[in-house]
Design a protein around this ligand. Sequence first.
Ligand SMILES: [Ca+2]
Length: 156
Amino acid sequence: MNSFVLPWNGFTNYDLVAVRYMYPATSGSFTTTIQAENYSAMAGIQVEACTDSGGGSNVGYIETADWLAYNSINIPTSGTYRVEYRVASASGGGRLSLDLNAGTTVLGAVNIPSTGGWQTWTTVSHNVTINAGTYNFGIYAQAGGWNINWFRVTKI
Ligand SMILES: [Ca+2]
């Protein structure tokens, strides 16, 4: 044993790294990204090639009242989630709403501005409250005129 006590200078950086490894933060630890073109069911849309970073495909030709459904998405804990949508719109004036289980629960809606082109991408988001469970998510075009590449659900 040392016969004296060193002055307390706080945790070292390696202590902090170790603590973060052993006890990861629960907030924000859940996130899932769903490719728009991987829908379970849809009405009125078409899939096209995408030039956003990552390439792949996006959903386009979305007109008012068109919709997309994504089945069996698990939400592990009840709370507030940020839902981001990767969208492009040459026309602007779009609006989508997010719902659970074929419109049984409408979680919220977000406007989609003009991005300057059908392959000029931006991310819009809103925060919604979701109880733990497994749901079919729906994206509904309250107003059409936008493309979507993916959407992401993150616990906050
Ligand atoms: Ca995509």
